[in-house]
Design a protein around this ligand. Structure first.
Ligand code: NAD
Length: 470
């Protein structure tokens, strides 16, 4: 059993209360995490507030500390990888990869500056516009990619001179807590505080009087509650929420070539990626071939404990997520859908579900209309491309999407019509650090990454200078 500590003001802090963390591959407890008390949360907030002035006023020290933190993080990846897998489920190589790549965000932001802008420069009047750190930020993360999503918040906030109190998901707190201790060796006390607890602690972070900014990644229903709670105190928010991303296959696509990247865009991390492909629209002519090819690929996928070598897809992270996927598949089947591959949970106590391809299904069925966030993919035929675009857009989700075609110009024209934050063409690749990532409609407010992600931790500040009175 792995026991863990919080990081408050640079110190390792234990709690009287703890809660169990489950290994999704076995369904058994694998560790315990501290349940932060209200008094400990106050201490974390105070520490972040006290660290704010010295941290924000010395850019060069920030830069150095962040590069050092990145180095320490890379060095910890091999050791923390198995812990990540044991609480989250993904294959250990992917876990190590997520930790290592997340460190690159610290390096990137350490060197990214927001230039001051002069908007008027006349002999009798100058106006300069700059951005100042927003203050203390509270960050809340989900269980599907706990380290990357934490770093999308930590790195820009710290780079701009803000300080942070971060709470990971109660389902996957351990790697984030361990990382807090690793980073504490490079960062001054109070700059980054990591606390853990069950869902009500998230609400306490949002409602606490100290933070001026809430950075939240999670589900749409929780995101809406966060927005309401933050509004009571007019805190700034970034909300990165759920998606129901459509992949639109064009009639010139080569199915043999796209099947692998399209499959992985939907099934990597067992489908538990906010911008995974969650429904596929394919021309009627290619429908049968695509369903067969995806079904063959799904049957060939190696499913098992992420600690075993050569496993491609681990378990779902929680039992309720597995049950949710199972319900959606069952409902689709009852409505007349065909299960071309998979369709069942695996025997045993782990939260495994077979990679599932669903045909003969369309809108009006929850597996098409809602976010499944798991390894079950509906494939929907279309007659007319305009109709497919209209159906892809006919939703309150608006995170990302993809277009698959042999003709990149045609694909770009379709991409321009998708009402989402990000469209990928012939790739399922993850967001990059240089480009803004965020959703429209119910998929979010604000963005992460790139200089735009840095600006989210700032307030604009204007200095206007006239002539000195004589
Ligand atoms: P969730 O909303 O249940 O929980 C997210 C976090 O919020 C957890 O840390 C939880 O403890 C906390 N929380 C719960 N209630 C709260 C409250 N009232 N106030 C403040 N915090 C509270 O989400 P989840 O199930 O952990 O994550 C899965 C969801 O996250 C999916 O919908 C997925 O699409 C989405 N997601 C979005 C992105 C993105 O960047 N857009 C990335 C990853 C995941």
């Amino acid at each position: 059993m792995t026991e863990s500590v919080m990081t408050i003001n640079g110190e390792a802090v234990a709690c009287e209360g703890t809660f169990d963390v489950i290994d999704p591959a076995t369904g058994a407890p694998m560790g315990s995490a501290p349940q932060c008390s209200p008094a400990q949360l106050d201490l974390a907030m105070q520490a972040a507030q006290s660290a704010l002035e010295p941290w924000s006023s010395d850019h060069e020290s920030r830069r150095k500390a962040m590069h050092e933190a990145a180095e320490l993080m890379r060095g910890s990846a091999q050791e923390l990888g198995p812990l990540f897998t044991k609480e989250q489920g993904r294959p250990v190589a992917m876990a190590v990869g997520e930790i290592a790549i997340s460190a690159a965000w610290l390096d990137y932001y350490a060197d990214l500056e927001l230039p001051e802008k002069s908007v008027r420069n006349l002999p009798d009047r100058t106006i300069e516009v700059s951005r100042r750190p927003v203050g203390v930020a509270a960050a809340i993360t989900p269980w599907n990619a706990p380290i990357l999503l934490a770093m999308w918040k930590i790195a820009p906030a710290l780079a701009v001179g803000a300080t942070m109190v971060l709470k990971p998901s109660p389902y996957t707190p351990l790697t984030t807590l361990a990382l807090g201790q690793v980073l504490a060796a490079a960062l001054p006390p109070g700059v980054l505080n990591i606390v853990s607890g069950t869902d009500p602690l998230g609400r306490q972070l949002v409602s606490h009087p100290t933070p001026r900014k809430i950075a939240f990644t999670g589900s749409i229903p929780t995101g809406k509650r966060v927005a309401v709670d933050a509004a009571n105190d007019l805190k700034r928010v970034t909300l990165e929420l759920g998606g129901n991303d459509a992949a639109i296959v064009l009639d010139d696509a080569d199915i043999d070539r796209i099947v692998e990247p399209l499959f992985m865009s939907a099934f990597a991390n067992s489908g538990q990626i906010c911008e995974a492909t969650k429904r596929v629209y394919v021309p009627e002519r290619l429908y049968g071939k695509l369903v067969d090819a995806l079904a063959d690929r799904a049957r060939a996928a190696r499913v098992g404990s992420g600690l075993e070598p050569d496993v491609e897809l681990g378990p779902l992270t929680t039992d309720f997520q597995r049950d949710h996927v199972e319900d959606l598949v069952r409902e689709a089947k009852a409505a007349g859908a065909t299960i071309a591959a998979g369709g069942h949970r695996l025997p045993g106590d782990g939260y495994f579900f077979e990679p599932t391809i669903i045909g003969d299904v369309q809108e009006g069925t929850r597996i098409v209309d809602e976010e499944q966030f798991g390894p079950a993919l509906p494939v929907v035929p279309y007659k007319d491309l305009d109709d497919a675009v209209q159906r892809a857009n006919a939703t309150m989700y608006g995170l990302a999407g993809s277009v698959w075609s042999a003709d990149v110009d045609r694909a770009r024209a379709v991409a321009a019509r998708l009402m989402v934050g990000r469209v990928k063409i012939n790739t399922g690749g993850l967001p990059s650090m240089e480009a803004p990532f965020g959703g429209v409609k119910w998929s979010g407010v604000g963005v992460e990454n790139g200089p735009w992600g840095l600006e989210e931790y700032t307030d604009l500040h204007v200095i206007e200078t006239g002539v000195a009175p004589r």
